[in-house]
Design a protein. Sequence first.
Length: 500
Amino acid sequence: MGLDWAKYVCPILLPISFLYDSILYWLTLARYYTRHLHGTHEERVLKVQEQVRRWQVEGRGRKMCTARPSWMSISQQKLGYKDTMYRVKIDLGDVLEIDKEKMIVRVEPAVTIGFLNRLLVANGYTLPVVPELDILTIGGLVMGGGLESTSHKYGLFQYICSEFEIVAADGEVMIANHDTNSDLYYALPVSYGTLGFLTSVSIRIIPYKPYMKLTYRPAYSIDETISLLDRETHKATSNDSVEGIVYNVNQSVIMTGQYVEEEEVEKDKINRMGLWFKPWFYKYVEKFLEKGETIEYVPTLHFHQRHNKGTFWLTPMWLPWAHNIIARFLFGWILPVNPQLLNWLKETFVGGEFEDNFNLQDFIIPMKHVKEGILLSAEITDVWPLWMVPTRLYQPQGPKSLMPRGGDTMYVDLGVYGLSHLKTFKGRDATLRLFEKFALEHDGFQALYAETLMTNEEFETMYTGDLYYSVRKRIPNCEKAFPRLFDKISREGRQGKKIL
Ligand SMILES: Cc1cc2nc3c(=O)[nH]c(=O)nc-3n(C[C@H](O)[C@H](O)[C@H](O)COP(=O)(O)OP(=O)(O)OC[C@H]3O[C@@H](n4cnc5c(N)ncnc54)[C@H](O)[C@@H]3O)c2cc1C
């Protein structure tokens, strides 16, 4: 069973999704402004500690995970392990403090990036890295990984986090930063909840500038694409944002941006692309292949949310008519469909599986191998467009064991999202294996929110676990309380077929 049903269900789901998102947003806002009335952060953390201590008595050999239902995660696979593991409810959805002196915001993990960014913007700030989909949570972005078009400058989402607070397996609260429990500080990101329960995160903020000056540069061959991307990423100029959308082997648009103040804006070049009737970002960008190099000024919030309506380019799978100009005027304001509700329908009624020709993967590979990556994707999927975001992975101050295999070099996230219509398509699993092999052989990484079929040995080559395993040993009870990362994110683990 694939996603065909979604075309029929989504027109009905659309208003429900709009209501759901609006109510959630206003409740979160109300929760923020009444935060002093519903208990302190410490009291909420105490409830997590009590549950962990209860597990010690009544866990009966089960390992722990968060009680957040599977459908609420953006990960597209049904998280079967939630049915058998000991679930700990983490009701932590407050923004705790915006410290304007230290330029830090302290938040609880269930806060969404969309809400946090809007709140910061209203206060004159933003985050250095704002991952594009509004519903991603801070906990998910730390524990599962996050990046965006500013990641060539700031790196992964976790690199802008200065401190984590967790409830460990013995029920104690641990603070982890560069100086205190620094092994935990470096090992926690992308550990998928297998080192403890995250209860708060301190994140760097930067002053907000109201516009992004965005330059669209078309490229008409794969070599031109790579050299433009490389040049703009490494250029000593102040590119705050670098992103590419590849429309086919020979056509792409590379976009670079700088945040600017109101007075620097050329008013006749303003594009309020977030307005409800405006074309979806990837459709709009494609026009520059004909139009040629162009500069625009995009309101910063519109820029941050540019991929929301099209869910990159997945929305046409469930609303094939929705980009039509009349549809945009009539219904554009209720987009996007909330992916969580879609997940819920999928998991409840059709078992959570996708079409065999559906691809949804991100591979993070050194810039020098991106050309081969695009050619491989063209050959084995012919799925277009592809997303490209340069990403810094090398952290000179970080532990050696976390250094990327490619060394001190720029990486690029290559996103492959969509249905393959290739007659020679080998099937989802065989295709995924080819991508995984490519990533392994080219010092690359695979994003773990998506499915992986790697063996344990391959996984250990990609994500060297020395630091991770030593932290698991050091924290009392940790190995008993939480599954190993690979066991949790492997297909068997996610399906709940493996006893964790
Ligand atoms: C369609 C789609 C679009 C995407 N777009 C982007 C994008 O634009 N930019 C980007 O960076 N990424 C993107 N991602 C990837 C996404 O950022 C990661 O999958 C992220 O982990 C998802 O966050 P979530 O809020 O859904 O978290 P979840 O999937 O719920 O959580 C991820 C993991 O973290 C653990 N976890 C969460 N909170 C806690 C806690 N408090 N304590 C312990 N463990 C915890 C969970 O148990 C789980 O194992 C996208 C993914 C998809 C499918």
